[in-house]
Design a protein around this ligand. Structure first.
Ligand code: AMP
Ligand code: MG
Length: 398
């Protein structure tokens, strides 16, 4: 038996380098992983500018008390630059985003002044009010986005604010995926008694895509030695990772074990977790091999715990594990000490706190528990049964 964490460490230890970088247009870069540190070539914003529509003045002209009159000498729209210098007693009408005219450092919002013709009556205001400072967003030369960051919409905007229209990202890790089992048939085809439709390949496909991997779908392979061997060899040719489900539990045909022994190297693990104890991990040629359990919940969970961090590492990501949060159990939960248990749960903000309950029956074949849930409730090894009101860790589904 090995712990979840030892398994994760052993797997991550085997993965040396991230995939090679490639250039993509910024319009195709969402959810990709940046492969280089991105320094800002200039200050953003490039100049002090107005945060409001109003009047730019020198703070020396701001009255300490009462009001005073100023002359409006020009109008400045965003995108225009004021050529001259604003002198004492003068103001420039300025629009949001327009660079501050030379000689000014403070902006009156238009709502707080009174204008008659070219005369402006102003009251008191703090020095520097309503001015966005040059470089307050990003300073020239600093790293605006670090390598290993996943490019979310906000990073895309930040990058284009620096003038870049393409970025260097890691190639998506390629994951060759197949289901095993004589009983497993393709959805959309007739099903004979004793057969089940393939759930794992589609749940895993979605999971891999969600993690930023590229799926190479190798279909369903029967529990026939020569077929499995041929399909695995093919998979190792095309995938950085090879992922199968089924055929790794004790008492089944144990084909995966035999075949991997012939064409690669493999470890069989009993992981101290529930659901999803059996896991095979090894190599076929240059590809890393993951043999996930056949039960649908177990295969998804094993994916999240062991394959996803591997894909993340290959993809060059910095953060390999999802954020956890604390919630209050509003339902008693059974828990065996000595293993990590993952209940499918629903976490909700209620009664001024995050409350967690399970989705109901937790069998490893009950895939509807994953569909009903929005999180995993993670119960650590040392823990026993959970009583109502205790704090539990939750990991939100992506
Ligand atoms: P195995 O480890 O191959 O004995 O599979 C364990 C259980 O998972 C069995 O009940 C299988 O029928 C089921 N199973 C295996 N592969 C799939 C699949 N691709 N989709 C749905 N259930 C599966
Ligand atoms: Mg099977």
């Amino acid at each position: 038996m090995i712990s979840v964490q030892d398994g994760q460490n052993q797997i991550l230890h085997q993965l040396a380098e991230a995939t090679s970088p490639e250039v993509v247009a910024i319009t195709r870069a969402r959810d990709r992983v940046l492969a280089e540190d991105l320094p800002a070539p200039f200050d953003v914003p490039p100049a002090d500018n107005s945060a409001v529509d109003g009047y730019a003045v020198a703070s020396d002209d701001v009255p300490k008390t009462s009001t005073r009159e100023l002359d409006v000498i020009a109008e400045l729209v965003a995108g225009a630059v004021f050529a001259g210098t604003v002198g004492s007693g003068q103001a420039v009408r300025i629009m949001t985003g327009a660079p501050m005219p030379r000689g000014t450092d403070t902006v009156y919002p238009q709502e707080v002044v009174e204008r008659r013709g070219d005369r402006l009556s102003v009251g008191t205001i703090a020095k520097g009010a309503n001015v966005r400072k040059r470089g307050e967003d990003v300073r020239a030369g600093t790293i605006a986005v670090e390598r290993g960051r996943v490019l979310r919409p906000q990073e895309l905007g930040l990058i284009t604010s620096l003038g870049h229209w393409q970025v260097l990202v890691h190639r998506r890790p390629r994951v060759a995926l197949m289901s095993t089992g004589d009983e497993v048939v393709e959805p959309g085809t007739p099903r004979k008694p004793g057969q089940i439709y393939d759930a794992n390949r589609f749940a895993l496909r979605g999971s891999i895509e969600q993690s930023g991997g590229e799926v190479i779908d190798l279909g369903i392979v029967a529990d026939v030695r020569d077929e499995l061997r041929a399909r695995l060899l093919e998979a190792a040719e095309v995938g950085d990772l090879v992922v199968t489900s089924g055929g790794v539990s004790v008492g089944t045909l144990d084909l995966v074990k035999d075949v991997l022994g012939e064409i690669g190297a493999i470890d069989f693990w009993q992981v101290a977790m529930q659901p999803g104890r059996p896991l095979a991990f090894g190599r076929i040629g240059a590809a890393h091999f993951f043999g996930l359990p056949g039960n649908p919940v177990a295969s998804m969970l094993a994916y999240m715990l062991f394959v996803r961090p591997a894909i993340y590492k290959l993809a060059g990501r910095r953060r390999l594990f999802p954020a956890m949060a604390e919630a209050t159990a509003v339902e008693a939960m059974s828990k065996k000490r000595g293993r990590r248990e993952f209940k499918r749960g629903v976490v909700r903000w209620q009664n001024g706190r995050w409350e967690a309950r399970t989705t109901g029956p937790q069998g490893s074949g009950i895939l509807s528990s994953m569909a009903a849930g929005n999180c995993l409730i993670v119960l650590e090894e040392a823990r026993g049964d959970v009583a109502v009101g205790e704090t539990v860790l939750v990991e939100l589904f992506e």
